[in-house]
Design a protein around this ligand. Structure first.
Ligand code: SAH
Length: 501
């Protein structure tokens, strides 16, 4: 994921050593902020501070310088004449990891290859050895960095969006604030700190974290400054509260487990790109699914299915949503059934309970072609470098471009009570929510070091390409991702059009 903001610089972005100034054209790249209610302007001047555990200190700047599933896999006989291998595949003789043994045993037990989607799902979320399951993979010391880790302003702006929606919802007394795939919990922590002055809003919140990784759940607990309720009878389940907002926090493995019947705001940042994708390739006899098999030397390799697989149903569905001219250009297509299903769950929930969802990810508003080659969109990233996805599975992140057009169609298909807005670029979203005001307010009163961190963070979030104001080492130039990340909202029609779509 860029995946996530693909790092060039090895330093933590919330800490920096030199001061730089915005080039005059910098703000011109960001659309002018829209006018907002007084409450939002006040929010932009609010303050925050946090400390990420695990020894990585994350510095928050304050205004007053008071710093502180895929379908069941069928058994498929394989036409091995259509095989191809990635040229960069590594053959280092190292003992198989637990995950590699597991993947090999699935393929052997099936007597045939597995889909790329099944491979991706095992690699990322296998309950014992998946990439996310046992470790903190974020930040400069991890494998990749995400927008919330770049700057506190990201979570704060998402908080502005959530508060605007809550106002459009009529300021309900109870709201489920759900985050899908919260990583370290940084986005939610920054959102709550920023929103904490808006008592009525934070008092309405029930926070729900949908997270499959026990390790990350623990990190989220710490970062949200959670405490368990002090109940004396010991007979009922203890509630957990975030001291950042005084709001109850609950963890779930899936969105379906979040209690329904309450208006709901859902945030999904870099969640969709972790959902497993199926890949198809056009062959002389039609579309074949790309599968992962074992070569004779016991390494993984790609093969093509000789005939349609169960996932072809999703391919057909996706193709129906596309224009003939769009499809004619493609000889590879990627589909994400889990994304379609998740979107339908979101749309149904919003339709029945009211509220809305904000989805932000690296993607396209079109059919996705091949995530793997030649220009990687489904990427494996380890220690900030792209690696082959079949190479040492489980040690690197896998991510796929998100197909926003498919998300729109999936939501619209399931309910007429919801409307879909966007995608717009992340730069447009954050600009209209007021990130320019926020960065200026924070810059009023900060050290040179913090100023540099704010400026480079701002650029990474809303800029495009290399920062023109950068005077530091070339290999550390901040890369703006403001136009490569897209944002889409799904809201209940009762809420009208969400800000700033
Ligand atoms: N939103 C965070 C983290 C993105 S990484 C950020 O922007 O920093 C993806 C997150 O989704 C991780 O927390 C990962 O553990 C979680 N995740 C991935 N697949 C999941 C699944 N199927 N169910 C629940 N959580 C999942």
């Amino acid at each position: 994921m860029l995946r996530r903001l693909f790092l060039r610089a090895p330093t933590s972005y919330r800490q920096a050593s030199h001061a730089y100034y915005f080039a005059p054209q910098l703000s011109a790249r960001v659309p002018p902020p829209a006018a907002h209610s007084l409450s939002i302007t006040r929010f932009l001047c609010s303050s925050s501070s946090s400390q990420v555990p695990d020894g990585t200190s994350v510095e928050h700047v304050e205004d007053d310088v008071n710093l502180s599933a895929s379908p069941p896999a069928a058994t498929i006989s394989i036409d091995r004449s259509g095989l191809y291998n990635s040229p960069e595949h590594s053959h280092e003789p190292s003992p198989d990891s637990e995950l590699i043994k597991h993947l090999k045993s699935i393929i052997k037990f099936r007597g045939g290859p597995i889909s790329v989607a099944e491979y991706m799902e095992e690699v990322l979320t296998n309950p014992k050895a998946g990439f996310y399951i046992n470790r903190d993979v974020f930040g400069a010391e991890g494998d990749f960095i995400t927008s919330p880790e770049v700057s506190q302003m990201f979570g704060e702006m998402i908080g502005v969006w959530a508060m605007c929606l809550w106002e459009q919802m009529g300021q309900p007394n109870k709201v489920n604030l759900v985050e899908l795939g919260p990583g370290r919990g940084t986005l939610m922590a920054d959102l709550l700190r920023g929103a904490s002055k808006f008592k009525h809003f934070v008092q309405s919140l029930n926070i729900h974290m949908v997270e499959c990784s026990p390790t990350l759940q623990k990190l989220q607990y710490i970062n949200l400054k959670c405490e368990d309720e002090n109940n004396t009878d010991g007979t009922v389940d203890k509630k957990t509260f975030s001291l950042l907002a005084g709001a109850p926090v609950t963890w779930h493995a899936a969105l379906e487990q979040v209690p329904s019947g309450v208006p709901t705001i859902i945030i999904a940042h870099e969640f969709y790109d972790a959902l497993p994708v199926h890949q198809f390739q056009k062959a002389s006899h039609g579309w074949c699914e790309k599968m992962v098999d074992l070569a004779e030397d016991s390494t993984f390799r790609f093969v093509l299915s000789p005939q349609p697989t169960p996932a072809t149903l999703y391919l057909m569905k996706r193709c129906k949503w596309a224009a003939t001219e769009e499809l004619a250009k493609l000889d590879q297509i990627e589909v994400c059934p889990k994304s379609m299903e998740l979107t339908q769950t979101i749309a149904k929930r919003i339709s029945s309970d009211g509220g809305g969802a904000l989805i932000i990810d690296y993607g396209l508003n079109a059919v996705i072609s091949d995530s793997l080659q030649p220009n990687p969109t489904c990427q494996a990233i380890r220690k900030h470098k792209f690696v082959n996805i079949l190479d040492d599975p489980g040690s690197a992140d896998l991510s796929a471009y998100v197909d926003f057009a498919s998300i729109r169609r999936s939501a619209e298909e399931v309910s007429g009570d919801v409307s879909v807005h966007g995608p717009i670029t992340q730069s447009q979203l954050l600009g209209a929510l007021g990130i320019n005001f926020r960065v200026e307010a924070l810059l009023q009163n900060c050290t040179d070091e913090q100023a540099e961190s704010l400026r480079t963070g701002y650029w990474r979030l809303v800029g495009e390409g290399e920062a023109p104001f950068w005077e530091g080492p070339e290999e550390q130039v901040p890369i703006g991702m403001g136009t490569r990340y897209l944002a889409m909202a799904i809201v209940n029609n009762r809420q009208g059009v969400p800000v700033p779509f």
